[in-house]
Each structure stands twice: as structure tokens, then as C-alpha cells.
Design a protein around this ligand. Sequence first.
Ligand code: FAD
Length: 381
Amino acid sequence: MELTQEYTDLVDSVRDFAQQVVAPVSAQHDREKTFPYEVVAQMGQMGLFGLPFPEEYGGMGGDYFALALALEELGKVDQSVAITLEAGVGLGAMPIYRFGTDEQKQRWLPDLLAGRALAGFGLTEPGAGSDAGATATTAREDGDSWVLNGAKQFITNSGTDITSLVTVTAVTGAAGDRKEISTIIVPSDTPGFVAEPAYDKVGWHASDTHPLSFSDARVPRENLLGERGRGYANFLSILDEGRIAIAGLATGVAQGCVDACVQYARERKSFGKPIAEYQSVSFAIARMEARAHVARMAYYDAAAKMLAGKPFKKEASIAKMVSSEAAMDNARMGTQIHGGYGFMNEYLVSRHYRDSKILEIGEGTTEVQLMLIARALGLPA
Ligand SMILES: Cc1cc2nc3c(=O)[nH]c(=O)nc-3n(C[C@H](O)[C@H](O)[C@H](O)COP(=O)(O)OP(=O)(O)OC[C@H]3O[C@@H](n4cnc5c(N)ncnc54)[C@H](O)[C@@H]3O)c2cc1C
């Protein structure tokens, strides 16, 4: 994948923004577990929420690779901010752009693409995670409405002050002996729909995550998103591209740990010399760099195939898996290289250590990626 001047300019401007605007407030938002509204507003003004969308809805006319590149720069310094953008674009706005009617797009996209509003994507339920087809939330037709009952869990961007809607999968009937699953847009102010109190998470403290409940939540019939019965398949296709974006984010984490360690190892002295002069330290950092590089090549390759209109499902799974493992491994080694300071919350590597675990779980666990890769090889999985 060639980095054209356009991509390079984008990377430069997001890197400056990440270092100058995001990094100085990251530790505070993490410590206080506050949502970074001011950062989100500025990302909106920069056009980041509109990156892969056409200009007619207020987008920047870019592509998914541009989004992944931006996420790599943000991921280096702040995973909460990066996942807010990733989920806002890939899970919030993209399903509406991809499957919505013109009316739905006109109504919701301009605010979402400007970062004035956020949308959540509700697939996971208490009894349906990796096995998302086990969805138990129902949507029953009643006159001109859908009436929803059930619960979703772990839903990103679903309860902020600027969340305008969530799209959720729900069982709308039966298709033969299988459930008919459709996708429905639920505006945030719908009576009967509640974003329950936020989770107390191990990491991603400044990212917004809630359980959702639906008790006779009634929305108009025209809030069906995409074809009836295609909800599950549509969501899975959204997740395929989303893996490339997550891989960009995770690559940024892996690289951010390398950058922090190079600097720290030059400055920190032990037994009279910088720890960088001990080969066990410099080799550990070299190995971290290699992991970040391989992760980057994997997501560039998946993005190149996607943009060329070629099959990219297997490559997206590979990129998601190797990059999230690189992030976790580099965060663990980066913390080790920082010694006791690495266990102090104020250090970037320690935040990455807490934040990175979810990268191996969200948007399809490592085991789910292995299942998809094995299936692509024709193996039973
Ligand atoms: C902070 C956060 C944000 C999230 N945001 C969203 C969101 O915005 N929208 C959304 O819909 N979801 C979201 N999720 C949910 C996330 O996608 C799920 O947690 C994830 O898909 C795993 O599902 P689960 O938690 O039910 O685990 P399970 O599916 O119960 O898995 C438990 C373990 O079993 C393994 N496993 C399961 N099935 C198999 C199998 N067949 N073979 C081998 N191993 C298997 C898994 O890999 C895992 O290790 C979020 C989660 C978190 C923590």
C-alpha cells in the first residue's frame, strides 16, 4: 500500500493533534474516568468522523485506510479517544451509510460525521457475544411501530450526552427453523430504552460503555435499517471492515510502546550506564519494533485488498489478531522496561498495559479470528 501525499498529510496532522491536544489530557481523563467531549468536538472539526464518507453527507471523501492511519496515530497516545473515533465511524455511522434509506442518511449522518453526535452499535447481549446469532432481544410489529424488548451489553458510545441513537440487532420473526434477525435504529430519547450506568472497566476509562435495556421501547416502522432479516449478515460485514480499523489502532499502541521505551531506555541509568546499553533491553525493544512493523504490514495488506475490491476477510482477521497481540505483548514488555515506574498510572506504558487487553477481545476475540482464518483455509471451525 503506497502512502500517497494525501495519506501522509493526514498522518502528519493527526500525529500533531494526538501529541499536542490529546496526550496532555489523556492521563486526567483516564484517572477521572471522564469522557473527552472537548477532544471529540475537535476531532469532529478536523473531519475525522467523516473520513471514509462522501461529501454529500458532510464526509471528507476519503476511505477506510485513511481512517486506520488516523487511528494508528491516536492509538499511540490514547486508546479511549481512538476507540471513540473507531466505534463512532465504523460501528455508529457506517451501518447507516451502508444500509440506510436516503431519508435515514439525511436525518442522522450530518451530525454523526461532524462529531456533533455519536451512535452505538448493539450486537452483544448477556447471552450472545461471540455467538452473536444467539440474539434474544425481540422487535415485534405493532401497527406502524416496532416494539423492542431485551438487553444489550458492553455497548460503546451508547450513553454519552451526544449519543443520538443506537442500532441494534433484534429477532423480528422466524425464517424457517432459524431466527429472523433485523437491525433497528433506536433514537436515544425513545421511552423504554435506557442506557444503564456505565461499567467499571479495567481500561479504556475515558471511553463510554453501557449495558442497554429495552422495555416495550417503541420506534416507528421506518426505523428498520436495511432489509428485514438481513440484520445479522449486515452487521457481520460491518465487522469485517471494522477489523482493519481496530488493527490500525492496535498497531499504534504497539508503536507507541516502542517510542516510549526508546526514549526511556536512553534516559534511565542503571549500574552507571543507560539501560539501552544492555543488550537484553535493546533486543527487547527491537522485538517490539518488529511486532509493530508486522502488525502495520498486516493491516496495510488487508486495506489494500479491500480498496481494490478483492476478498479481504481472512486478511482483516489476521491483521486484527496479530496487531492486538502485538499491542498486548509490547505493553507488557514496555512496562517491564520501565521497571517500577511502569507500574505507575501516570506512565503511558502502564495505561497501554491496562487498555490493551480488550483489543484481543472486542470486535471478535482472538479465537473468533482463528475460527475465521481456519474456515478460509477450508478447515472445519
Ligand atoms: C469495552 C468493551 C466495548 C465493547 N463494545 C461493543 C459494542 O460497541 N458493540 C457490541 O455489540 N459489542 C461490544 N463489545 C462486546 C465484545 O465484542 C464482546 O465482549 C466479544 O465479542 C466477546 O463476547 P463475550 O464477551 O460474550 O465472550 P464469549 O463469546 O462468551 O467468549 C468467552 C471466551 O470463549 C471463547 N469462545 C467463545 N466461543 C468460542 C468458540 N466457538 N471456539 C473457541 N473459543 C470460543 C472466546 O474467544 C472467549 O475467550 C464490547 C466489549 C467491551 C469489553
